[in-house]
Write a protein that binds this ligand. Structure first.
Ligand SMILES: Nc1ncnc2c1ncn2[C@@H]1O[C@H](COP(=O)(O)OP(=O)(O)OP(=O)(O)O)[C@@H](O)[C@H]1O
Ligand SMILES: [Mg+2]
Length: 232
């Protein structure tokens, strides 16, 4: 079996424009490969660069160096060099991302936010909405909220909408940033079950889990992200 995600020598630095263009590195030489059905948890102290690594894979941050290879439509593509069109296609079909906070789109009801990845994969509107409703119900989101935009939802309600959106359609690779941070014990169990089901379906998961109990139950191994010494 060959990896579905291979991060090779990934480096990322930031330039502080407000401090005279001072640059500092956060990631250097990160190398990591994920097989189908495997869950790898990023570990390391606060500020080490775990979220930065996830954001580079998600395409939210450009990599400063290295390659981020993902298997898409049967071939490996470098996310670090992908143009906007290929990136959109990979996000629609191959790469799911549950960010730490839901990016709320004004006026779009929760149900449609969750159904969107299914529509992007060619499902009909009625079927997509029915499956979205079923998954939101499984995550214990009250039905009266399904038709409202999540702008006024609580943190945990928004997180469950975000999770439903990430898990509703099959992904080759799924990124999870603190997926249980705002959840109660009952919904945490639902998320652990969703992760196990996705792994069985062959999805490779790269995640950050501050909840070590959840992490130990879902992760097959840890990948340590070490803080870099600031250049003298
Ligand atoms: N957009 C940015 N601009 C400048 N610096 C940034 C940016 N994003 C992250 N950083 C810096 O990069 C470093 C790593 O941040 P990151 O959020 O990846 O840490 P983390 O390992 O996820 O920490 P935590 O466990 O606290 O979430 C921090 O020093 C942070 O200040
Ligand atoms: Mg973080």
């Amino acid at each position: 079996m060959s990896p579905v995600l291979a991060i090779e020598g990934l480096g990322k630095g930031f330039t502080l424009h407000l401090q005279g263009g001072l640059s500092f590195p956060v990631l250097r030489g990160e190398t990591l490969a994920l097989m189908p059905g495997e869950c790898v948890a990023l570990a390391g102290p606060s500020g080490a660069g775990k979220s930065t690594l996830l954001r580079c894979v998600a395409g939210n941050y450009g990599a400063s160096e290295g390659r981020i290879l993902i298997r898409h439509r049967g071939a490996m593509h470098d996310l670090a060099a992908a143009d906007a069109r290929l990136m959109r296609e990979i996000r629609a079909e191959t790469l799911g991302h549950v960010s730490q906070f839901l990016r709320v789109i004004p006026r779009v009801p929760a149900l449609d936010i969750v159904a969107a990845p299914l529509l992007a994969r060619g499902a009909g509107r009625a079927e997509a909405r029915a499956r979205a409703a079923a998954l939101l119900a499984r995550l214990n989101l009250p039905e009266r909220l399904h038709h409202l935009p999540p702008t006024t939802f609580s943190g945990g309600e928004q997180q469950r909408v975000n999770l439903a959106r990430g898990f509703i359609a099959p992904n080759t690779v799924l990124l999870l940033d603190e997926p249980t941070a705002s959840l109660d014990a009952r919904n945490r169990e639902v998320v652990v079950a969703l992760i196990a089901e996705a792994k069985r379906a062959g999805t490779a998961i790269l995640g950050i889990f501050h909840d070590t109990e959840v992490r130990d139950r879902v992760a097959d191994r840890l990948h340590a992200v070490e803080p870099l010494e600031p250049a003298a």
